[in-house]
Design a binder for this molecule. Sequence first.
Ligand code: PNS
Length: 161
Amino acid sequence: MKKAIYPGSFDPLTFGHLDIIRRAADIFDDITVGVLDNHTKTPLFSIEERVNILKEATKDMPNVKVESFSGLLVEYAKNNGYHVSVRGLRAITDFEYELQIAQTNKMLSGGELDTMFLTSDVEFSYLSSSGVKEIASFGGDISHCVPEFVAKLVYEKYNVK
Ligand code: PNS
């Protein structure tokens, strides 16, 4: 069985993330979305909220599960039998950061964890969670960026709309 992990912060989940999840779920038998519980950052959504959002958004995808993880991705991958990490690439600006993470994980895992990149659909190449938060904080329209139920939750966080 071919399985992979798609790690990220997902703060919040965007249509770009969902597109990567759908396409990875077509390639692998099982995909786990690994939501990073990072104590050094203060996310807009708690780890429980992010996991619940992802579960709701992927409920029609039977081979996708959602888990949280903390600490090193390579440790989580080793303990749970993942040898492939999936990441999305939007533009050349993502490449250096992503290459560094991929090579660090390869080194830290002793070659056991590979990274597979899926290029973002051009429709979503401008999309980022931080952009979504900035637009929403000023009351802008994020309906083209995130699912409707996520937009509602984001606006609630900023007390807008
Ligand atoms: O959505 P993001 O914030 O770009 O995702 C980054 C993520 C979660 C993939 C990366 O920060 C990560 O895997 N962090 C866990 C800690 C770790 O393993 N660090 C070593 C690799 S840089």
